[in-house]
Design a protein around this ligand. Structure first.
Ligand code: PGA
Length: 247
């Protein structure tokens, strides 16, 4: 069975003052019954890890090389050394802002595994692609080209994040989420075998909030969420964790 996971992506938000939200979250959820991950800016990983208790900490990107002349980049080993155990890879903002390609995401995932990190690989269609009826084709291509051979439910989490739903307050219908998540499970079964496919946590991401989390978590093949804006405040992320616990 896939692990249930509530993951938060702080993006380029937060300074040390924001760690008070993590303290509040840990106080409210000292022993969560689902996996909880927070991915802060790299500057906060070390300090967050020190106070995160049962909450795992992750990075938001890594370089494919373990070290070298890559100014401004950060390696998977460095994330691990700072206290991370996960890393988000191929987020649509990385793909858009830094022109990241599927092969680059694949190489980063291999680097993450080599450093002992679990990869949270993000895929998702744009609104134009959805309107053109190519959602499943786009998702299928991203999945096959971004997820390396050797992926298992233990080293990789897949996050379906429709680009048009990220930070917009718009979410797909539950039927649209179900269609993509069923497709992802089937594609993983075809590639890695039916038994292994059930081990992958498939997260939905894009405008998840306390008011819609419970209904999204009831969709078949949704094993949790990757949450942006609503992961910044304990008062928002806490109820999302609770909704996942109650499934
Ligand atoms: P959002 O972001 O929850 O703010 O829409 C989700 C994400 O980008 O992971």
């Amino acid at each position: 069975m896939a692990r249930k996971i509530a993951a938060g992506n702080w993006k380029m938000n937060g300074t040390r003052a924001a760690l008070a939200e993590v303290e509040a979250l840990v106080n409210a959820h000292p022993a969560p019954r689902v996996g909880v991950i927070l991915c802060p800016p790299a500057t906060l990983i070390c300090a967050m890890k020190a106070i995160a208790g049962p909450i795992a900490v992750g990075g938001q990107d890594c370089h494919a090389e373990p070290s070298g002349a890559h100014t401004g980049d950060i390696s998977a080993q460095q994330l691990c050394d700072a206290g991370a155990s996960y890393v988000i890879l191929g987020h649509s903002e990385r793909r858009a802002d830094h022109a990241e390609t599927d092969p680059q995401v694949e190489a980063k995932a291999q680097a993450a595994w080599a450093a002992g990190l679990q990869a949270v690989i993000c895929i998702g269609e744009t609104e134009t692609e959805r309107d053109a009826g190519t959602t499943l084709a786009v998702i299928g291509e991203q999945l096959s080209a971004s997820v390396p051979e050797g992926a298992t439910g233990a080293n990789t989490i897949i996050a379906y994040e429709p680009v048009w739903a990220i930070g917009t307050g718009r979410t797909p219908t539950l039927a649209q989420i179900a269609e993509v998540h069923d497709f992802l499970r089937a594609e993983l079964a075809e590639r890695f075998g039916a038994d292994q496919a059930t081990e992958f946590s498939l997260l939905y991401g894009g405008s998840v909030k306390p008011s819609n989390a419970a209904e999204i978590f009831q969709v078949a093949n949704v094993d949790g969420a990757l949450v942006g804006g609503a992961s910044l405040k304990a008062a928002d992320f806490g109820p999302i964790i609770a909704a996942l616990e109650s499934i």
